[in-house]
Design a protein around this ligand. Structure first.
Ligand code: F6R
Length: 613
């Protein structure tokens, strides 16, 4: 996600801010900026691209001699969510007077209505971001006390935020606040640092205070005063951090992949935020430029994607057909581009891509557009080529995915595709009652994933037991079939174990010849329709001496009879259970790879973004 740094104190402010931004760069970024306080006025410098681009600009505009008068500042690296990565959209944003500057992480859900309201009062907006509204709102609420103005503004914001604010009328303080997006404050000697992430603080001080939701901190070089939104003083403990800088980047996790696996409850919450209409029991797809009528006309969906994103597409095939009755096909993007696919006027071609840069998926987008299809993207990276060329679609808001093996992007893709199927379904045969049930189920996904993560040590124990195997089969049926494919892909790419994902019924048509004592089978036997058939398949595997590791629904004791080990998954419907199940399989792969001493974040021969054929 985006990164925030704020500094007030005795050091060289500009250098400290740039150094902090560099330490946040690992999170991904597309632009950066700083705002500094110089003789009671604020100067803002922004640049598209890397922090080094910003650094060059800053060196030109604020040479070392001139920057000695600077007493404080705030800075930001941006990972675009609203509006492409341009200099104008980069943070900090200011109000029209230029006396208030803010940096923001998170998403403001009600920014459109706030913008309308503020525009009517004369505020002029220059960017396409949701964040700019915060600066204007604070200015609108400002009556001389910046903390009060921030509190009043925050009461009007819906969504998530971590913010740092500076005001030229109160040059000796910075203000920080959070709701749903982390802010941590480093407490030094005659200096205070605000950051979204410990890694920007740790080389200056190990004493930190983590803000809670709705805390507002008034920060000076000498200390911190934290209040509630209603101006009641609150006290927060000062923690001592003993991580080094590298561990801090990974939030204390050993690998980015593990961090990203554990980020999934938050990432999925971001993906679904603002996309569920609880009044109409419907999905909200504001990124699709299609009227209800145009949506109703779509009579076929073709999904083009690769790898993990293709597995998300396979999930979507079930969703679109079951919920919306729309015939759906999933194509490997590489096949789609060369095999002259049939596209009719009301065919929707969906390109799913985390990076938005995958060469084959991009070529499929172009081929589909040439053939006159309605094309939409499901991407993570805002402003990526596929997002731009499709011109419409949905961002999954998973945040930067750094580990090469895709984890949180997959679950966020699936969540967004399910919301899309809900919307298409409600426009067709899905009743209000069923729509409402699904809305509630979608809302429960982050909590279900959390329950799986809480049992990570059980999965680790099972993974260690099987880490010596050289071949694995993953079998699933129905909604769990794509999960079997994805589970096998995850294992092979990070542990280098040969793993195959199969439909459980297909085993008998050939692969069963490979089963023996040394070939474990992961059987996805959650308690959903098809479980009885899966039990029969598990018995077939055991009859060939393959050890069976089952995923099973908590409380389903029967599965113990048919498996050596069980990974327990919380109960949910067949539409939802693939998501917590895949998270369990991600953990399984991770712990197997760790046991084998593999290079988890950068597996051999793989690249995060495959921009060649
Ligand atoms: C697997 C993985 C790859 C990608 C594939 C498509 O963990 O990361 O299989 O899913 O290369 O990439 P995107 O989604 O960026 O188009």
């Amino acid at each position: 996600m985006c990164g925030i740094v704020g500094y007030i104190g005795k050091r060289h402010v500009v250098n400290t801010l740039i150094d902090g931004l560099k330490r946040l760069e690992y999170r991904g970024y597309d632009s950066a900026g700083i705002a500094v306080m110089e003789n009671n006025s604020i100067s803002v410098i922004k640049a598209k691209g890397k922090v080094s681009e910003l650094q060059k600009k800053v060196a030109e505009k604020l040479p070392a001699s001139a920057s000695s008068d600077i007493s404080s500042g705030i800075a930001h690296t941006r990972w675009a969510t609203h509006g492409p990565p341009t200099e104008i959209n980069a943070h900090p944003h200011t109000d029209n007077s230029g006396r208030i500057a803010i940096v923001h992480n998170g998403i403001i859900d009600n920014y459109v209505e706030l913008k309308k309201h503020l525009s009517a009062k004369g505020h002029k907006f220059v960017s396409e971001t949701d964040s700019e509204v915060i600066a204007h709102l604070i200015a609108e609420c400002f009556e001389g006390d910046i903390v009060q103005a921030v509190a009043a503004a925050l009461k009007k914001l819906e969504g998530t935020f971590g913010i740092a604010v500076m005001c030229a009328d109160t040059p000796d303080v910075l203000v920080a606040a959070r709701r749903g997006s982390p802010i941590v404050i480093g407490v030094g000697n005659s200096e205070t640092i605000i950051a979204s992430d410990i890694s920007a603080i740790i080389s200056y001080t190990k004493r930190v205070i983590f803000l809670n939701d709705n805390d507002i901190a008034m920060v000076s070089a000498e200390g911190i005063d934290i209040r509630s939104l209603d101006n009641v003083p609150v006290s927060r403990e000062t923690a001592h951090i003993d991580w080094d800088a590298e561990a801090a980047e990974k939030g204390g996790y050993e690998h980015f992949m593990l961090k990203e696996i554990f980020e999934q409850p938050a990432a999925i919450s971001n993906a679904i935020r603002g996309r569920l209409d609880e009044t109409q029991a419907n999905g909200i797809l504001s990124g699709l430029n299609l009227s209800a009528r145009e949506m109703a006309m779509i009579n076929r969906i073709v999904i083009a994607s690769c790898g993990t994103s293709m597995h998300a597409g396979m999930m979507a095939e079930y969703y679109f057909e079951d919920l919306a009755n729309i015939p759906t096909e999933v194509e490997q993007a590489a096949e789609f581009r060369y095999r002259n696919p049939i596209i009719e006027p009301n065919t929707l071609v969906l390109a799913i891509s985390q990076s938005g840069e995958t060469a084959d998926t991009l070529a499929a987008v172009r081929e589909a557009a040439n053939k006159g299809a309605i094309v939409a993207g499901i991407c993570n990276v805002v402003g990526s080529t596929i997002a731009r060329e499709t011109g419409q679609g949905l961002y999954i808001h998973a945040g930067p995915e750094i580990g090469v093996a895709s984890t949180k992007a997959f679950t966020c893709q699936v969540a967004v595709l399910l919301i899309m199927a809900l919307k298409f379904g409600r426009g067709r045969r899905l009743s209000r009652h069923d729509g409402m049930k699904l809305v509630e189920e979608i809302k429960s996904i982050p909590a279900l994933v959390t329950q799986v993560l809480e049992k990570a040590s059980d999965i680790e124990r099972i993974a260690k037991k099987y880490a010596d195997a050289e071949d694995f089969f993953y079998i699933g049926r129905g909604y769990l079939y794509p999960v079997a494919m994805e589970g096998a892909l995850k294992l092979k790419e990070i542990s280098y174990i040969h793993a195959e994902g199969y439909h459980a019924a297909e085993l008998k048509h050939g692969p069963i010849a490979l089963l023996e004592r040394k070939v474990p089978v992961i059987a996805l036997a959650n308690d959903i329709p098809g479980k009885d058939k899966m039990i029969a398949n598990m018995q077939e595997c055991r009859a060939r001496k393959s050890p069976v590791i089952a995923t099973a629904t908590i409380g389903d004791e029967e599965i113990k009879t048919y498996s050596e080990d069980i990974i327990w998954i919380p109960r949910s419907s067949q539409l939802i259970t693939p998501i917590p199940t895949v998270v369990a399989l991600q953990l399984f792969s991770y712990y197997v790879a760790k046991e084998r001493g593999c290079s988890i974040d950068q597996p051999r021969n793989l690249a995060k973004s495959v921009t060649v054929e």
